[in-house]
Design a protein around this ligand. Structure first.
Ligand SMILES: Cc1ncc(COP(=O)(O)O)c(C=O)c1O
Length: 415
């Protein structure tokens, strides 16, 4: 991850932690050390209050009623679109609310893939992908006869860009890749992959689930065609995410889901579609969740994404230094400068679930398992890993607790 030229002022993390009520909890009589934000982040009061205020004061269905509550809810939901679109530097029409990253990627696979891919066309992925950027493409390939090709990884878990240049070619119709790996933290050069795809007339789809919470993302600068993300990983509620799509492409696509609100006119014989983005938002949408996501975005903007990224870079560098001192600890993935705030590791041959359970006794929440990336596990010759992931509310003191708890797990399990 390249750091900004001017280092932003350090965050006042202690003050910021006061915004997150859950962080004052104790777990097994120890202070909670929450290191599983790559799975789902915690929520600040600003988000919790926005959701509860909406339900207490303004809830009604949107785009339907002519009474005050419905109009208030409609305005709040549409303003949420405006704020999130602005956050990623996209036009209002180009930012569709979905349930999460998984639904956004399925939208692309079904609504774009099924009607644009043919036998022999190629979809280029990487072995780093989360299952949600893999399984939908496998399904579309089965139905269309398209072929999936994979860009190789280097020994330290980065993309082999020479192999990318050989793999992306005249048959490629789409390159779909995570901007940041949820297992290794690798930051992939999506701008360069986009240029390679476009040079062959192909599209690029970016899985931004692990990037948008942690760094500034700009759809115009990235020049991608699709960008998928989840609200719950970026301080927002569950049940809300987004898909950016280039307007020209979205206009040509058929809808993914059909029903209320996504239509312009319906007759007994057929239907025509609503304007963007509503054409892709069928049925009653996640109104409260959208409003909560806008509050999360406002909160992140208040901190500044450069400050968020710099803080996490400090944490990951410190954590790598400390963890490398622990005996028998294998750490996977690139150096701190090339990774986001995610560290996967194994302790000798001990099972990650055993380690995660012992860490839980110390109040430390990490994840153990395959992280929805079984092909990557196989590529690395592993079944599973432990994963610690950091966010804006984590501290170096918490990393000390993590390292001590790993030491305790080692002593207990190696006896
Ligand atoms: C890289 C990546 N892509 C996609 C997803 C799926 O996100 P969701 O479960 O919110 O749809 C995740 C979740 O961990 C992820 O890390």
């Amino acid at each position: 991850m390249s750091l900004p030229l001017q280092t932003p002022p350090a965050l006042d993390v202690e003050a910021l932690r006061g915004d997150f009520p859950i962080l004052s909890r104790t777990i097994h009589d120890r202070p909670l050390v929450y290191l599983d934000s790559a799975s789902s982040s915690q929520k600040p009061n600003a988000v919790i209050d926005a959701v509860s205020r909406y339900y207490r004061e303004s809830h009604a269905n949107i785009h339907r009623g002519v009474y005050v509550l419905s109009e208030e809810a409609t305005i709040a939901y549409e303003q949420a679109h405006v704020r999130v679109a602005d956050f990623i530097n996209a036009d209002f029409e180009e930012m569709i609310f979905t349930k999460n990253t998984t639904e956004a990627l399925n939208l692309v696979a079904y609504a774009w893939g099924l009607s644009n891919l043919q036998a022999g066309d190629e979809v280029v992925l990487t072995p780093l992908e989360h299952h949600s950027n893999l399984v939908p493409w496998q399904q579309v390939a089965r139905r269309t006869g398209a072929v999936i090709r994979y860009i190789r990884l280097t020994a330290d878990g980065c993309l082999d860009m020479e192999h990318a240049a050989e793999t992306i070619g005249p048959r490629t119709k789409l390159v779909s890749v995570a901007q940041v790996s949820n297992v290794l933290g690798t930051v992939n050069p999506v701008d360069e992959l986009g240029r390679m795809a476009h040079a062959h007339g192909a599209l690029i789809c970016v899985d931004g689930a692990q990037s948008i919470p942690h760094m500034a993302v700009d759809m115009r600068a990235m020049d991608c065609d699709f960008f998928a993300f989840s609200g719950h990983k970026m301080l927002g509620p569950t049940g809300i995410g987004g898909l950016y799509g280039r307007r020209r492409i979205l206009e040509q696509m058929e809808p993914f889901l059909f029903g209320g609100d996504m239509i312009s006119e319906v007759t007994l014989e057929g239907a025509s579609w609503n304007d963007l983005p509503w054409k892709f938002e069928a049925g009653t949408p996640p109104i409260a969740q959208g409003i909560g996501l806008a509050a999360a975005v406002e909160y992140l903007q208040g901190i500044g994404m450069e400050a968020v990224q710099a803080h996490e870079h400090t944490l990951v560098r410190y954590a790598l230094e400390q963890m490398r001192e622990v005996r028998d600890l294998d750490i996977y993935g690139p150096e701190a400068d090339d990774r986001g705030g995610v560290i996967s590791f194994n302790l000798d041959s001990l099972h990650p679930h055993d380690i995660a359970s012992i860490l839980d006794q110390h109040g430390v929440a990490i994840r153990g398992g395959h992280h929805c990336a079984m092909p990557l596990m196989r590529t690395l010759g592993l079944n599973s890993t432990c994963r610690a992931s950091f966010y804006v509310y984590n501290t170096t003191e918490e990393i000390n607790v993590l390292v001590e708890a790993i030491g305790a797990a080692r002593r207990l399990l190696r006896r």
